[in-house]
Design a binder for this molecule. Structure first.
Ligand code: PMV
Length: 320
């Protein structure tokens, strides 16, 4: 096959992050306005086994063999080959193009692995089932983030809203009415691994208080799910803002995130919160679609590096 190209979306966590690591539910949504595309181009005249890997967004242009063994891209290709039962790839060039900002809570690492697993397996004539893509991506997420809950790989693999609870079968919430989110980037890189480790340290020091907060976040997530299912979209706003306050209590917000959350609410958003690991990265605001452009502009005026207006379509709750 001369060339194959596969894509994967980004994602946002609507609610429940961090607490999800401790067993409560979270809801994540795919975001198709940003995406990763992996293209595999055969190089039949190159030396067999020569694999070049190019990812301009991280200034990577090298041979796969030259990458450190612990490099997540190399580890991903090796895990994909292992799953396919092969030791070498035919000579090729792997081009990774992503419009997702890195370390911004939009799932860039999972998006790259999903697109890579699909592209390589399709290129070799054995396209993986989603379950395999999800499992491989989860393994690689561990290299990026330490002990991830599994929510990022799941929502990005299946490309549909997910209600995720560790150790339980995945559920797909019904979205009775479409809604609009503004996703605004603080421009500050947030390390999810650092944020998760920081929460763990505090939880170890004061389990009672932290578990009370995690339980409250889990209840917020359940109420949000009910409102998504009944189409009561506006009332989700106040829950999101409450979720932000609790995330702030566990130490994963920062002044820029708080500033953008407040700016969104002052500009007329129904509610807003940080999304993902925090300590930087993105925040989300739930807005009336008619007001979205003006609230997005207000966020830029108040220091957001970039905004995305995302429409989350209504869905039946069936797997797409
Ligand atoms: O920073 P993100 O978008 O990858 O989200 C991390 C979500 C956490 O709940 C903080 C960690 C996890 O593994 O679920």
């Amino acid at each position: 096959m001369p060339a194959v190209s596969c894509s994967a979306p980004g994602k946002v966590i609507l609610c429940g992050e961090h607490a999800v690591v401790y067993g409560t539910p979270a809801i994540a949504l795919p975001v198709f306005q940003v995406a990763t595309t992996v293209k595999i181009i055969a190089k039949p005249i190159a030396e067999p086994g020569t694999v070049l890997i190019k990812a301009p967004s991280i200034s990577l242009d090298d041979s796969l063999a030259a990458l450190d063994k612990k490099n997540p891209l190399r580890a991903a290709v090796e895990l994909i080959m292992q799953e396919l039962g092969i030791h070498h790839l035919p000579a090729c060039e792997i081009l990774i193009h992503t419009t997702l900002p890195v370390s911004a809570g939009l799932g860039s690492s999972a998006s790259v692995t999903v697109a890579l697993a699909r592209a390589i397996s399709t290129y070799l004539g054995h396209p993986f089932h989603d379950e395999t893509v999800n499992q491989i991506t989860y393994e690689i997420e561990k290299l990026h983030h330490g002990s991830p809950s599994g929510i990022d790989n799941t929502v990005i693999t299946y490309g549909t809203p997910v209600y995720f609870q560790r150790g339980k079968p995945m559920e797909y919430p019904k979205i009775a009415r479409s809604f609009t989110l503004i996703i605004a980037d603080t421009g500050i890189k947030g390390s999810t691994a650092e944020a998760v480790a920081g929460v763990r340290k505090c939880w170890e020091a004061d389990k009672n208080s932290y578990e009370t907060i995690f339980t409250e976040i889990g209840l917020i997530t359940q109420r949000i799910r009910c409102n998504l299912e009944s189409g009561n979209i506006e009332s989700i706003g106040v829950e999101l803002t409450h979720n932000h306050v609790l995330l702030k209590h566990i130490g994963v917000s920062n002044s820029k995130l708080d500033q953008l959350v407040n700016a969104a609410i002052q500009a007329g958003a129904w509610g807003a919160k940080l999304s993902g690991g925090g300590l930087g990265g993105n925040m989300i605001a739930l807005v009336d679609p008619d007001l979205a452009p003006q609230i997005a502009q207000e966020l830029i005026d108040r220091g957001a590096a970039q905004t995305i207006i995302a429409t989350i379509p209504a869905s039946s709750g069936e797997r797409l």
